[in-house]
Structure formats: C-alpha cells, structure tokens
Design a protein around this ligand. Structure first.
Ligand code: ADP
Length: 547
C-alpha cells in the first residue's frame, strides 16, 4: 500500500456515479494526484456535497478561480504544482474569496504542515484517515464558511464588512477595558475615601440593616469589621426617634422620600450615645438586588455636648441673675424705704406719746403727723421710682424676625428638648407678621414658657410629649404667640395665683417666671394670659402690638 493511500485500499478505482450539480449543496474542490485516494475522497463526500476532482495544483488553481468552492481539500506532495504552491497562489489573488482549506499530509510532513496551518490552511488530516474523520472535518469547515458567508451578506446589506464587525468588537472590548480601568481607578479612589474619611458611610438593606460600613462608622458605633454587618440602624436609634427613623427608612425604600437629613442619637454598643447628623438616600434597584440605602453619618457628639453644657451654663446663669436681680432690687428697696419707714415709726410713736399726756400737746402731734405724712409719701415715691425705672429701663425695641428668633432659641434648647423626648412643632404664617420688641426680653418670655412646658411634660408618658409654638398675625396689627403643651395642664386651685411673684408648685421653683414674663409683655403694651379654651395641656398666649 502506498504511504499516501487511504485506509480502505480501493483496487478497482471505479468512481461512484457523480450526480448532477445540486444547487444549495456546498461545493468541495478535491485536489489529489493519487487516483485511489482521489476516488476514495469522492465517494465519501459525494452524497452531501457537489464534488469537483482535480489531479494537481495547476488544474486546481484553474478550477478554483473559475468557480470558487466552499472548501478545498488538497494533498501536499503532487507533481507539477504541489499543495503549498497551489494554496499560496490562490491566497495571493485579491479577487479570490476566503475559502477554507483542509490539507492531507503524510506523517513526515510535520514542519510543512504547521507552516501551512499558520498561513494558508484551516485544518489537516494525517494519512491514513477514516471516512468518518474526513466527513467530520469537512462538515465543520463548510459550516464555518457558510456561517461567515451569511454574516458577510448580512453585513453587506448594511454597507459594512465582517472585518468591521470584528474591528468593532475589538474596539468595544478595548473601550470596555478602558472603562474598566477607569472604574478601577474610581473604585480605588472611592475605596481610599471610604476607608480613610472621618465620616461614617454605610450601605443598608430595605429594612435599614447594615450591609457594609466603613471603619469610621464602625468606630463611631462601637463595632468591629466582623460584627457590624446585620446591625439595624433602626434598632440602634435612640428610643424616642426609633419610630420616626423606621418611617423614614420605609419612605425611602418605597420611593416616597428621595432622601432625608436629620439630627439624632444612636445607642453605641458598650453604652453611651452617638449624636449624629444623618443623611440617607435611596440606591435604586439593580438586577436582582432590591433598592438599598446609602447612609452618611457625621459624629457631632462633642459639638452637641459643648452646646449642651453651654445651654446648661446659660440656664444656670439666667437663674443666678434672676436671683441677683431680685436680691439687688430687694436690697435697694429695703435701703431706700427703710429710712422713711423708720422715721414714720419714730414720728408716729412720738405723736402717740404727745397724745397720751394729761394735757395732750396737739401742736406736737400735728407736727409729728406732718413728718409721718412726708416720710410715707417719700417711701411711696421710692417705690414709684423703682417701678418707673424697671419699666422704662432696658427696653430696646427693634424689628423682630420671629422665624429666626425661634430658630435660635430652639437650637439653644435642642439638647434639653431631645433629652426629654419633646417633639416641637412650630407653626408660622407666610410671611410672618411684622412687629417690634426687645429681642432679648422677648426671648426670655418664650424661653420661660418653653421651660415651664418641658417641666410639665416630664409627667407625661414618653412619646406623647408635644409642644406647639403657634405664631399668627393679630387682626389689629402685631403678633400673637401661643405656647401649647400636651402636659397635665394647670390645676384649678393654682390658676388665680399663676402670675403672682413667688408662686410655684415645683420643689426648687422660684415662682418668678410667669410674673416676670407678664411684666415684660405688659411693658411692651401687650398681654399674657392662660388660654383655658384650648384642649390638652396648658396653653399660654401673649400678644405684642406693632409699635
Ligand atoms: P416656676 O417655674 O419657678 O415654678 P413660674 O412662674 O414660671 O415659676 O410658674 C409658676 C407655676 O405655674 C409653676 O410652678 C407651675 O405650677 C405652673 N405652670 C407654669 N407653666 C405651666 C405649664 N405649662 N403646665 C403646667 N403648669 C404650669
């Protein structure tokens, strides 16, 4: 058997009858000089393909150029024009289409075969080979060729080319790579920020449970990298704010709120509170993940503590200065009134003595009574002078921006209000009413009313401690301000004495708050009273004219 013979030796090279050209069936050009093998190839392929047979490269070139096939099957060692020259000639023709080639090689042709595979051929078969193997290889190559042809045709209708498609694919891959690299850079930058910023950052699920948190937040809340995941931002919110937080979280997840910002306290693990400015926003759902929350937490504990101790100091100062002012007032009254009173006593005693004589000295009595009258008048004048001084003194009227004044006041009192779990609602008309007053004294009045309300609310269950400050314009000009709490209200027996100096029902109360407040308001030409018509706790109302 010759070395290049196929496995089944065909001693009677009778060609199977070649059927007529069947359109639609792929065309295979077979170039083989050995007649046995040529016939064998023909017989294996003829059922499925339109097969053309040639005996050497030269004839193969002519046949291929005349009618380019879908596949070339060629031997390598052939007289006149070998397989390599045959393929190289075809490939060098720019008008010759991309037709795949399957080369049939002997074992000895290893090096040549590899070179051909690199440049000219798509596949090879080493002799001897089985009909199945041949059919399989031919089938694969023809299928690929036909697919490429179809694609090419599709692309031609779009005035494009398969190479453009490939180039496009490569380009989009490159740009994908570029954007991936950009993403990596952005990722690294973000990661650097996430890891090193002093601001707490968390990603939370739809129930407010932490999915991941940066080291700053772990530290703020007292957790470590291994136990922070799963911690519920709602559960660790301080009790009085918990329900509000749950509402906010669900509002965000349901898309009712785009984002929210709030100031509140978290319970730290291991005790204590974290005062925080919190901003949360929604990350819309992606692929199979539901919506998530991005939460930014700023630690303001030390600022709040400083503010709180400032507020405490202020409150203490106000208390002390009230005492001092009272003390000074009392001392000056005592001093100025004491002298004429002492004289009144002396003179009235003298008058009594002159009257008690056997013969009363009425002239002396009259003189003593004159002096009594003079000194009593003097004492009265002292009192009037002090009153006048108190009234006229220190009143510095200016235009009041009531929104700002309330804002400043509530900020100053925030620590006290949150500590006591008091929810404050401010109601302001737009635009706010115009009026003038002494800003410091006006703040003093509202402060007294708020502090009284907070004191009263301590007896009310947490969660129901509400305070409303309602500002409205007076029909006759000026302003009306109501401070209304949800506390126990005023006992009937206290009502008449509320505004009296030194009336207090508190163990450490001074009983001057409402008295001073009323005198301030009256000095302004306004009125302060207890509004009994309002339901709920106490409602104190005052008016100030616009003058
Ligand atoms: P003090 O606060 O020092 O007691 P005030 O003159 O401010 O003095 O208040 C007098 C009293 O009025 C209080 O002790 C309290 O009994 C009563 N009172 C004032 N405001 C309220 C309020 N909002 N709710 C209930 N009682 C109040």
């Amino acid at each position: 058997l010759p070395a290049d013979a196929a496995a089944p030796a065909l001693h009677a090279p009778e060609l199977a009858p070649t059927p007529a050209f069947r359109p639609g069936q792929p065309r295979v050009l077979v170039v083989e000089d050995n007649p046995d093998l040529r016939h064998f190839l023909h017989d294996v392929l003829v059922d499925e393909y339109n097969v053309t047979l040639e005996e050497d490269g030269d004839d193969g070139i002519k046949a291929a150029l005349a009618d380019p096939p879908d596949l070339i099957v060629t031997d390598l060692m052939m007289p006149r024009c070998d397989g390599e020259t045959f393929l190289r000639t075809l490939r060098s023709r720019p008008d010759f289409p991309n037709v795949p080639a399957l080369v049939l090689s002997a074992r000895a042709d290893d090096a040549l075969r590899e070179r051909l595979l690199e440049e000219l051929a798509q596949d090879y078969l080493t002799k001897p080979f089985s009909p199945q193997e041949l059919r399989a290889r031919v089938h694969n190559l023809v299928t690929v060729k036909r697919t490429v042809d179809i694609l090419q045709k599709e692309l031609q209708t779009q005035a494009s080319d398969i190479w453009e498609l490939t180039a496009g694919l490569v380009e989009s891959r490159k740009s994908l790579q570029r954007s991936f690299t950009a993403l990596q850079v952005a990722d690294r930058r973000w990661l650097g920020l996430y890891e090193n910023t002093a601001v707490g950052i968390a990603l939370a699920d739809r129930d407010g449970r932490i999915l991941s948190a940066n080291p700053a937040l772990q530290h703020m809340l007292g957790y470590g990298p291994d136990d922070i995941a799963g911690v519920s931002l709602i559960a660790i919110t301080e009790a009085s704010e918990r329900a509000t937080t749950a509402r906010n979280v669900h509002g965000l997840v349901d898309g009712e709120l785009p984002a929210y910002h709030t100031q509140k306290r978290y319970e730290r693990r291991g005790g204590g509170y974290l005062w925080a400015n919190v901003s949360a926003s929604r990350i819309p759902a992606m692929a199979e993940d539901g919506p998530m929350l991005a939460v930014i937490v700023e630690d303001i504990t030390s600022r709040m503590e400083a503010e709180r101790s400032l507020a405490a100091t202020r409150a203490e100062l106000a208390r002390v200065s009230r005492f001092t002012a009272m003390g000074e007032l009392v001392a000056s009254i005592a001093h100025e009134v004491n002298q004429p009173l002492a004289a009144v006593i002396t003179n009235s005693q003298a008058a009594l003595r002159w009257l008690s004589l056997a013969t009363p000295n009425l002239d002396e009595v009259a003189a003593a009574l004159h002096r009594v009258n003079r000194d009593a008048t003097l004492a009265g004048e002292v009192i009037a002078r002090i009153r006048k001084f108190l009234r006229a003194g220190e009143l510095r009227r200016e235009g009041i921006d009531i929104a700002r004044l309330l804002d400043e006041l509530l900020q100053m009192l925030q620590a006290m209000l949150t500590d006591n779990g008091v929810q404050v609602r401010v109601q302001l008309p737009d635009p706010p009413p115009a009026f003038t007053a002494d800003a410091v004294q006006l703040q003093q009045v509202i402060l007294n009313l708020i502090v009284n309300a907070v004191d009263a609310l301590r007896d009310t269950p947490a969660g129901a401690r509400a305070l409303a400050i309602i500002v409205s314009a007076e029909p006759t000009g000026g302003v009306r301000i109501a401070v209304h709490d949800s506390g126990p209200g005023i006992r009937p027996e206290s009502e008449a004495k509320l505004f009296d100096a030194f009336f207090s029902t508190k163990p450490d109360g001074l009983g001057m708050g409402l008295a001073i407040s009323r005198s301030i308001i009256e000095n302004h030409g306004g009125r302060l009273w207890l509004d009994r018509t309002q339901p709920g706790g106490a409602c104190f109302v005052f008016t100030l004219p616009d003058a």
